[in-house]
Design a binder for this molecule. Structure first.
Ligand code: GLP
Length: 241
């Protein structure tokens, strides 16, 4: 895993956006794997600005989001669907039919949903460039510690720590989802190229274990060491080595 340390969050965000823009220009039909969370917000902001000011064209790009809570319909304000519309999709010229997100609506056939999600990725020709964040416990997407490296899109139980972190975005404790749909570790490793984004001292330990520690299912992000084309873009605070 290559590691690029940038001085601050702003530079991290700009660097990540430029990397995506370069890939988009090289392949207009790029298939992107996209994360949510606070870390990629700056990257999305920069991509929106590049679309507005530099005509960065998303019209042929396809996107696959990495995860979504179970129990939140796409129009729920704290769903990842809503996050993506608010921070990215509503501000660029991406075609609605090229946007793919796991659907966590209660009552849907989850088995069919997870299978068709994997199928859609395959039908798109696989993910060219996958951007992923990291949880303080080393999770990637919602693959919590203990996730099999052979895992694919499925429903998972969230760790208490993950639920506690999500709490700030929900109005009541009872409203915080306990489960999510996530692409698997294998799904992530199948991407041709992976960019890991990490910002802030709270992530430093996880980043160090992910990039230099033993490769183990106890540390999901360590699976990235098995991939030949990964770059971790950090800010100075997230570096411990
Ligand atoms: C959540 C998301 C992950 C994200 C992680 C870190 O658990 N499902 O995809 O990478 O949080 O989020 P943040 O960037 O807010 O620290």
């Amino acid at each position: 895993m290559r590691v690029l340390v940038t001085p601050d969050y702003q530079t991290l965000s700009q660097t990540a956006a430029e990397l995506v823009a370069r890939a988009m220009r090289a392949k207009p039909g790029l298939v992107l794997g996209l994360p949510t969370g606070s870390t990629p917000l700056g990257m999305y902001g920069n991509l929106v600005r590049m679309h507005r000011d530099l005509h960065l064209d998303f019209s042929r790009a396809q996107t696959f989001n990495l995860d979504e809570y179970v129990g939140l319909a796409p129009d729920h304000p704290t769903s990842y669907h809503a996050y993506m519309r608010r921070h990215f999709f509503d501000h660029v010229n991406i075609a609605v039919e090229n946007i793919h997100m796991p659907n966590g609506t209660l009552g849907i056939d989850v088995d069919a949903e997870t299978k068709s999600y994997e199928q859609a990725i395959e039908d798109a020709g696989g993910i060219d460039l996958l951007i992923v964040g990291i949880g303080a416990n080393g999770h990637i997407a919602f693959n919590e510690p203990g996730s099999s490296f052979a895992s694919r899109t499925r429903v998972v139980n969230l760790e208490p720590e993950t639920i506690a972190n999500a709490r700030q975005h929900f109005s009541s404790e009872a409203g915080v989802p306990r489960t999510a749909i996530t692409v698997g570790i294998r799904t992530i490793l199948d991407a041709r190229r992976i960019v890991l984004l990490a910002s802030g001292a709270l992530k430093a330990d996880a980043v160090e274990r992910a990039s230099r520690g033993p490769v183990s299912e106890a540390m999901p992000a360590s699976a990235l060491q098995l991939h030949p084309n990964v770059i971790a873009i950090l800010d100075e605070a997230a570096r411990r080595f």
